[in-house]
Design a protein around this ligand. Structure first.
Ligand code: AHG
Ligand code: MN
Ligand code: MN
Ligand code: MN
Length: 333
């Protein structure tokens, strides 16, 4: 794979031949996501102005209804994907059912399905803290030209052909993998192009950050409670620092760069966990493994779970390999 400092558009084309199924369509799909990310970025940057220019439900100067950002992000990504005849179906956090996409001939000719969380960490928007978009891409199972079916979406994460996220942070980045490492691109807002700024991202083997909503401590399983106490012990390499933004994308992004572990356990309140398997855990797990980390539900690698529902939830632990292995020692004993 070429790692020359290039724009995202150039990089996608240059590395097209390394895709397992290279026909240009996956490149086009990634370009559709890249375009939508720029549009959403523009809107996210204006989020603090809603009270000045009109809140959700209001009518703006063009006579258009203002939308909540997660609705806006959802529509933007769906429209961008629909505009190209590559995707036959979409699962989104914001839609109860999967969306079928048909071409002009009324057939679903697209080869790929996309599963997405259009705006992750949306409770952070009001307070000017980073949010994100997460996406997961599979080849469909059913034949091209036929209607997409639930089984096209209910594939184990292992079958993903690409996955990634956009983090709308102090700068906006698009980070993705096609199974050949993880690369991160930073948006230059003056020019409107993403540039390869973080080639071949890897989790440091060891880290000193643990990220968990510790307010829920009393509801966590015993082994997780013990692991958290381990993180807090005063030892040569501990206590670890606790960092939690409350946006999976942002917490993951920081931990992948600095080294750390992210935990969202099942609990007495969230019996199955809180995070969504298909459009939060699986894509982040694909990135984690490609960056030399481990992603598990505590019992098995997340990407080996066979999904049964498009919105199902999972316990989720991911991060630097040595930290996850330590957690697993607590779970297994
Ligand atoms: P979303 O905003 O897409 O609904 O996702 C929120 C998720 C995830 O991003 C975050 O890590 C987690 O929920 C935070 O949950 P708690 O507030 O329970 O910690
Ligand atoms: Mn989310
Ligand atoms: Mn969301
Ligand atoms: Mn939500």
């Amino acid at each position: 794979m070429s790692h020359q400092k290039s724009t995202l558009g150039e990089f996608i084309i240059k590395n097209q031949s390394s895709f397992p199924y290279s026909s240009g369509e996956l490149s086009s799909l990634l370009n559709a996501l890249r375009l939508a990310a720029k549009v959403v970025n523009h809107e996210v940057n204006k989020a603090g102005l809603v009270d000045i220019f009109g809140d959700s439900g209001d009518v703006n100067v063009q006579g258009e209804h203002q939308q909540k950002l997660d609705v806006f992000a959802n529509k933007t990504f769906i429209q961008s994907l629909k505009n190209r005849d590559i995707v036959c179906g979409i699962v989104s956090e914001e839609n109860d059912e999967f969306i079928t996409i048909e071409g002009q001939d009324k057939k679903s000719n697209g080869k790929y399905v996309v599963l997405m969380d259009p705006l992750d960490g949306s409770s952070n928007i009001d307070v000017n803290v980073s949010v994100g978009t997460i996406f997961s891409i599979f080849r469909r199972i059913t034949p091209q030209g036929t209607p997409v079916e639930a089984k096209d979406f209910l594939q184990p994460g292992r079958k993903q052909v690409a996955a990634g996220y956009v983090v709308y942070g102090t700068s906006t980045m698009l980070v993705y993998t096609t199974g050949d490492g993880v690369n991160g691109f930073t948006l230059n807002p003056a020019i409107g192009s993403f540039y390869l700024s973080h080639p071949d991202m890897k989790f440091p083997k060891k880290g000193n950050i643990y990220s968990v909503n510790e307010g829920n401590y009393g509801h966590f399983p015993e082994p997780v409670k013990k692991y958290i106490k381990y993180c807090q012990q005063v030892e040569e390499d501990r206590p670890y620092s606790h960092r939690y933004i409350g946006s999976l994308v942002s917490d993951f992004h920081r931990n992948m760069i600095k080294g750390g572990i992210y935990l969202y356990p099942n609990s007495t309140v969230n019996k199955e966990g809180k995070l969504r398997l298909l459009y939060e855990c699986n894509p982040i797990a694909f990135l984690t493994e490609q960056a030399d980390g481990i992603a598990t539900n505590g019992q098995q690698d997340i990407m080996d779970v066979i999904p049964t529902d498009i919105h199902e939830r999972a316990a989720f632990y991911c991060g630097s390999s040595s930290m996850i292995k330590k957690l697993q020692e607590f779970i297994e004993n």
